[in-house]
Design a protein around this ligand. Structure first.
Ligand code: UD1
Length: 431
């Protein structure tokens, strides 16, 4: 096992490249299963979650070619024949997004068996919406020994109108993929509008799908008989960009986020502006800087896009720990997404959690400590806190970080952070 050591105190100054979005790449890769033609994606980040999905696709008969060292970061996926319809527990349990193969397999092949997923331990995170939208499209679903066993009716999935009871990114993506190959018209209401959903829909259109209302909460899909291959570039990762912007803010720095798109970060940018961090669109990216003075306590509430993203909640809390005054952080998307709080407390933060709200009182200075990463975004928050803390912080169990951040230390080192990866003699326990 490895850990990351950060010595706090340096301002971050310079350029940080933003990678392709993991959360866009995962559904895009799954969409490649919808066609028997070769599909090419560029800007695919080299991450553990991407390797998991690749292995899953290969298990279904996909031939995958990926050169992460190349500038284009291109991945070719070709599944002339689906050779196996089961997504096994061993792989699915490591990543919740594995459920995204359900829609494509069901639509193309008429049947699929997918293990119930695992993933980050944030709340109960059920998959009922994924299943109920497939049922609305005519699928018969049974749960057998931890597996979802799904069968389309004879003649294939049938278009339908479906209203999501709650906004779900993954279920919207699964539904879009399945409906693209269903017979007739599907209308998805209260659909997710995240940029990653838009990226998938735009790729599906290139593949020959007929989708109206992309970017809105109602999408109409006219099913087609078959989809073709295409080339598609994965959108820049708004969560990585937001994380780096907050790293610039917490260190009083000035960083250019290459490839970032400000229009995908509006809610975070507004909250950051109130807190004293400026985000400005510049050619080829976004500049994040904190002009002067201490950060200011600012309240946020997480919401589906275009609201403040839950995937930036932990990082924002990191900032608020050293801001002047108090702030309230409301988590409205997931239960139990405050696992970073006990770790921040170990570094001297003042936070009280009541249900889905965290009350943060800013302190003058955090202190370095051994801390434990408990999920992806919680882990990177500990890195942010370490950047501004007095002394050394060691972040243990960094496999979570490797699921979602590409070359994290290199990117931080490039802007002046004192950060390194080392073997962890404590085997992740931090003592
Ligand atoms: C995606 C992102 C994740 C992000 C989340 C919310 C990927 C790979 N992951 O996750 O990083 O934090 O969106 O922006 O894109 N829900 C149900 N039943 C379901 C599905 C979801 O009740 O079948 C609930 C969830 O428990 C949660 C809410 O809906 O409370 C939103 O979850 P959802 O948007 O589905 O998240 P994911 O797609 O899993």
């Amino acid at each position: 096992m490895q850990r990351i050591r950060i010595t706090g105190g340096n301002k971050l100054i310079g350029n940080m490249p933003v990678s392709g979005a993991k959360n866009a790449a995962l559904p895009l890769l799954a969409a490649a299963l919808l066609t028997d033609e070769p599909q090419t994606f560029t800007n695919v980040p080299n991450l553990a979650d991407i390797r998991t999905l690749r292995a899953l696709l290969e298990g279904h008969g996909a031939q995958v070619d990926y050169d992460p060292a190349s500038e284009a970061k291109a991945m070719q996926i070709h599944t002339p024949v689906v050779t196996n319809h089961t997504a096994h527990y061993d792989l699915v349990r490591t990543m919740r997004a594995s459920i995204l193969v359900l829609g494509p397999l069901l639509a193309r092949e008429g049947h699929a068996k997918v293990s119930l997923p695992g993933g980050c331990a944030i709340g109960s995170r059920p998959v009922d919406l994924h299943l109920s939208v497939m049922e609305a499209l005519g699928a018969e679903i049974e749960l057998e020994e931890g597996y979802v066993v799904a069968k389309a009716p004879a003649g294939g999935l049938q278009g339908a109108t479906y209203i999501f009871r709650t906004v779900s990114v993954g279920a919207t993506e699964n539904a879009l993929m399945a409906a693209s190959l269903a017979r007739g018209t599907t209308v998805l209401k209260n659909a997710a509008r995240e940029p990653e959903v838009v990226d998938l829909a735009e790729c599906l259109v290139k593949m020959g799908a007929k989708i109206d209302g992309i970017g809105s909460d109602t999408m109409t899909i006219e099913g087609v008989d078959r989809l073709n291959g295409c080339e598609h570039q994965v959108v820049a990762d708004r969560i990585e960009a937001g994380t780096f912007a907050m790293a610039a803010g917490i260190t009083n720095g000035d960083v250019f986020l290459k490839n970032a798109r400000l229009e995908h970060l509006e809610a975070a940018a507004s909250a950051l502006a109130l807190a004293g961090v400026e985000l400005t669109a510049e050619e080829g990216g976004v500049r994040a800087n904190r002009p002067s003075g201490r950060l200011v306590g600012t309240d946020i509430t997480t919401e589906p896009y275009p609201g403040f993203p839950t995937d930036l909640q932990a990082q924002f809390m990191g900032l608020m720990c050293v801001a002047e005054g108090a702030s309230v952080i409301n988590e409205h998307i997931f239960e139990n997404r405050f696992m970073h709080v006990p770790e921040l407390l170990r570094m001297g933060a003042d936070i009280r959690v009541e249900g889905r709200s965290a009350f943060v009182k800013g302190v003058e200075q955090l202190k370095g400590a051994p801390v434990m990463a408990t999920d992806l975004r919680a882990s990177v928050t500990m890195v942010l806190a370490g950047l501004v803390a007095e002394g050394d912080t060691t972040v243990h169990r960094i496999y979570h970080l490797d699921r979602g951040y590409e070359q994290l230390e290199d990117k931080f080192k490039g802007v002046g952070a004192l950060i390194s990866r080392e073997d962890d003699p404590t085997n992740g326990n931090g003592n």
